[in-house]
Design a binder for this molecule. Structure first.
Ligand code: TMP
Length: 220
């Protein structure tokens, strides 16, 4: 019975998210993981939030533009969810149904960390919107890259990455980091913490190990 269930499950793809505060190297690690899995013969789809679709990329520009300093927190929350709806319907679900491994740079945990812990929007509202937007689609496994806030922000400044959220003060980013760590403690089965104060290759090696263990456990 269990074997059957496992076999049925293995026909579906796998959904992986990479999360973390600014400057943790999420995008690099998502790309390296995707290349690593592709080389091993897996069909992968690499994507990101906000973005991942043409509509999502428009929404991303609106969200991250430094000209939009007046954006209300509720507008922000709704826009992240709007981009996510499109992302799930247009890209994530079709790829999972086709049996692929989807790797997304950010997903719903970002909303809980940034809009919930960071902005202070009610978790009840966030959860209720999330239910509507995602129909409770959750990553099978989430890699949380953790790094101290100052190092992360400095890294991004070095590569001249300064969008509307990165310009928030350090206290905001501290709240986001703490939020992520709370989430990881609460959902330790899904969210795997990886320390990001190391070299790119070392971090990649750790992520690859965690994902390999997950794939063999689920017999994907
Ligand atoms: P990044 O993909 O370059 O990290 O930029 C996305 C920014 O958007 C980043 O500051 C985190 C933020 N964000 C949220 O605040 N809520 C969300 O739900 C998502 C997906 C991202």
């Amino acid at each position: 019975m269990i074997r059957n269930r496992r076999r049925l499950r293995s026909k579906r793809g796998i959904f992986i998210s990479i999360e973390g505060i600014e400057g943790t190297g999420k995008s690099t690690q998502a790309r390296l993981l995707s290349e690593y899995l592709s080389k091993k013969g897996y069909k992968t789809v690499l994507t990101e939030e906000p973005g991942g679709t043409p509509i999502g990329r428009h929404i991303r520009k609106v969200l991250l533009s430094t000209r939009h300093k007046k954006m209300d927190y509720l507008t922000e929350l709704l826009l992240y969810n709007a981009a996510r709806v499109q992302h799930i319907k247009e890209k994530i679900i079709p790829a999972i149904e086709a049996g692929k491994i989807v790797i997304t740079d950010r997903f719903s945990d970002s909303t809980v960390a940034y809009q919930g812990f960071g902005r202070g929007i009610s978790f009840k509202l966030i959860d209720s919107l999330d239910k509507t937007a995602t129909n409770r689609l959750r990553p099978d496994i989430t890699i949380l890259l953790d790094l101290d806030v100052e190092t992360g922000l400095k890294r991004n400044r070095r590569i001249n990455k300064r969008d509307r959220l990165e310009l928030e003060d350090i206290k905001f980013h501290e709240k986001v980091r703490k939020g992520y760590l709370r989430l990881a403690a609460k959902e330790s089965k899904r969210i795997k913490l990886v320390k990001a104060a190391k070299g790119i290759n070392e971090i990649h090696g750790e992520i690859a190990k965690v994902v390999e263990a997950f794939l063999s456990y689920t017999r994907y």
